[in-house]
Design a protein. Structure first.
Length: 125
């Protein structure tokens, strides 16, 4: 059986159409922290953001804006899904229905300005 020395996930990438707009959304609307912002080319920057205290960051990629607007499959955890759902809705974030299914933790979806879909799941269910 193969072995690995991989120990964690540092960064995942999300395609965005405008890196400045995306950065404002993730920092100002979601409350994430900007961790890194450096030029890579004349037209693109390497930008990473993360939830406060999170080990994994999100890179906001502007290299191929036509790929923006996908279901990322990324799930964020919160202590109270209903409270976070209400808070995000009140901040003007596009949230989906709060799902309360038997045998499954409470969860909902939200979209960033490019239509990238994320999931929020209650952690201590």
């Amino acid at each position: 059986m193969p072995t690995t020395t991989i120990s964690d996930v540092r960064t995942i990438s999300v395609n965005v159409s405008d890196q400045d707009d995306a950065l404002r959304f993730y920092v100002d609307m979601l409350g994430f922290e900007k961790q890194f912002d450096a030029p890579v080319t004349d037209t693109m920057r390497w930008i990473t953001v993360a939830a406060p205290g999170a080990a994994t960051s999100i890179a906001l990629l502007g290299a191929d804006p036509e790929k923006a607007g996908t279901d990322t499959g990324i799930r964020f955890v919160v202590p109270d899904a209903a409270a976070e759902h209400a808070s995000m809705h009140d901040r003007g974030i596009r949230v989906g229905e709060l799902l309360l299914w038997d045998g499954v933790p409470p969860m909902f979806t939200f979209d960033d300005p490019d239509g990238n879909r994320f999931y929020v799941v209650e952690e201590s269910w």
